[in-house]
Design a protein around this ligand. Structure first.
Ligand SMILES: Cc1cc2nc3c(=O)[nH]c(=O)nc-3n(C[C@H](O)[C@H](O)[C@H](O)COP(=O)(O)OP(=O)(O)OC[C@H]3O[C@@H](n4cnc5c(N)ncnc54)[C@H](O)[C@@H]3O)c2cc1C
Length: 518
């Protein structure tokens, strides 16, 4: 991507009339004053036209990262290492966004412990991970960007383990849409296992974190100049922060932004539950668009097929149906019958669930699968909360979850035979040697239903994690990483791919941001 030489003016007095005129004309705004900010906001056109660059800054910072999830923390860590003085701004009262509540699943073809080889789970490679990811997103993902995260996934995982103290469970899963066992789980079984590691590295390298600080605007004077600063709301007050080196957007997706969801994909109706934290709203995408950033594929919004059916929570039990397919878990509808190939992608499974016309559906597994998917302790906690049902026989389990007993018994017996025959005539699931026949109790069942989960679209970036404008040029000093970006996962993100994407591109953004001259 060609980068033009930019004026790096820190305040409005340095903006020439010619530049202002150019910016105003190009974006179609009135160049009525020397302090006009570049601003394409359309929600409040009057206010938008009057949006003026600050005449004085309340504070000056070197590098600002917006968002404290995987992408933000990784970016802060690497930018700090490169010599930048980094402040992470987080609008919520707690750090971590979706990352800290995530299911702890991280896809990588290898790891420092070489779990796949140790557990004898077949072959994998960066190439295979790349191919699965591109195919799993219906070839809408940019292969160059995909390759960056699939290649970077293993080094980033090892980095979190070696420098941050992250620890992995001694399991590896093959999950929907993947052709290999590459889904790693941290010991905590929740994303905190990685965010704590990243936080430790980032803060240890000198980055600081400010909670309850919401970014409410990005300042840029014209269509060719750099980002100049941001407006934030802190303690109920607005203030303007000048940014000398770089602004990194790591503000996550917009699954909680019902209007934005509706604007781009009306099929994701407001009635759907949502798995995300409440701060997963898309304002930073809109602010970036208002200063010329391009966004793509915003209509691609993912449903998680295994959320808790009443509220849509993605708690520890809700991850078992995701981890289970590689070991022989079976999904059944309310008639006790299979309705899909369990190794299918999330979009396919979600659609198949909805097509049953009967809420909810269930995952069925047995005792021997538990150590392959999680821990006995997690299952017991889930049972105490009524999330998992347990029974000594399949017929008893059927009674507990409310499906016909003869049908459930028949379904599992047939599935057992498919595993023995290594052929699934019903749904053509690829059978592997480690899938388990369910012939001995206790048996378990868990109810599941789709909920809005991930937004695949977002800001357009290049391989350096620089944000690209609507004309195809780099917006100087503006970077983005993680779920706020688009064009990587295509139409459907494979489970476990968001964490490596966010960490790897966070690292890329931070490393490059630190190289910006001030
Ligand atoms: C429940 C759940 C489970 C998941 N499990 C997995 C999994 O196991 N494996 C996997 O790969 N993926 C999983 N995902 C997806 C994955 O966790 C996310 O895609 C990933 O965490 C996004 O990281 P991020 O750093 O881009 O954004 P986030 O972690 O969401 O962080 C963005 C942060 O930016 C803040 N922010 C937003 N706007 C502003 C603003 N204007 N000013 C200041 N701060 C702002 C937000 O409050 C938030 O804290 C899961 C998602 C959910 C919701």
């Amino acid at each position: 991507m060609k980068e033009k030489k930019k004026d790096d003016t820190q305040n409005t007095s340095g903006i020439t009339r010619r530049e202002l005129f150019k910016g105003a004309v190009t974006v179609g705004i009135a160049a009525s004053a020397g302090t006009l900010a570049l601003n394409l906001s359309k929600t409040d056109a009057d206010a938008a036209e009057k949006k003026m660059l600050p005449t004085k800054w309340d504070e000056t910072l070197d590098t600002v990262v917006v968002g404290s999830g995987f992408a933000g923390l990784a970016a802060a860590a690497e930018a700090s290492k490169g010599g930048a003085k980094v402040v992470i701004l987080e609008k919520m009262p707690v750090y971590g966004g979706n990352s800290v509540i995530n299911g702890g699943e991280y896809n990588s073809w290898d790891d420092a412990l070489h779990l796949r080889q140790k557990l004898n789970l077949g072959d994998d490679s960066v190439d295979l991970h790349t191919k699965d990811t591109i195919k799993g997103g219906d070839f809408y993902g940019d292969p160059e960007l995909v390759k960056i995260f699939t290649e970077g996934a293993t080094p980033a995982l090892n980095w979190m383990m070696e420098e941050g103290g992250a620890k992995l469970r001694n399991i590896l899963n093959r999950t929907g849409g993947h052709t290999a066992y590459r889904t790693h789980t941290c010991v905590e079984g929740v994303g905190r296992g990685y965010t704590e590691a990243l936080r430790k590295i980032a803060l240890g390298r000198g980055a600081t974190l400010r909670l309850n600080t919401e970014v409410t605007w990005i300042w840029r004077a014209d269509t060719s100049g750099p980002v100049l600063g941001i407006e934030v709301k802190e303690g109920g007050k607005k203030k303007n922060i000048r940014i000398r080196r770089a602004l990194i957007l790591a503000s996550g997706g917009f699954s909680r932004d019902i209007k934005m969801r509706q604007d781009f994909n009306p099929s994701i109706v407001p009635e759907f539950n949502c798995t995300n934290h409440m701060g997963a709203t898309g304002e930073m995408i809109r602010f970036a668009q208002a200063i010329g950033a391009d966004a793509l594929q915003l209509c691609f919004i993912q449903l998680y097929p295994f959320a808790e059916p009443v509220k849509g929570t993605l708690d520890a039990p809700a991850v078992y149906p995701f981890r289970g397919p590689g070991y022989g878990i079976v999904y059944v509808n309310k008639n006790g019958r299979r309705f899909v190939n369990e190794l299918e992608r999330r979009d396919v499974v979600s659609r198949a669930e909805i097509a049953t016309g009967m809420k909810p559906t269930y995952s069925i597994f047995h005792e021997k699968m538990i150590p392959k998917m999680g821990t006995k302790e997690e299952v017991e906690k889930g049972m105490a909360r009524g999330r998992f049902m347990q029974a000594n026989s399949l017929a008893e389990l059927a009674g507990k979850i409310g499906v016909p007993a003869d049908a459930l018994v028949d379904t599992i017996q047939k599935h057992n035979q498919y595993l023995r025959d290594k052929k699934d005539p019903e749904f053509n699931k690829p059978i592997t040697d480690v899938m388990m026949v369910m012939d001995e109790g206790p048996y378990y069942g868990i109810a599941q239903w789709p909920a809005v989960h991930h937004t695949m679209g977002g800001l357009r970036i290049n391989t350096q994690a620089q944000v690209i404008d609507i004309w195809g040029s780099v917006i100087p000093r503006l970077y983005a990483a993680g779920e706020v970006t688009g064009g990587i996962h295509g139409s459907n993100r494979l489970g476990g791919n968001a964490a490596p994407d966010a960490v790897v591109f966070g690292r890329v953004a931070g490393t490059n941001a630190a190289k910006e001259k001030i």
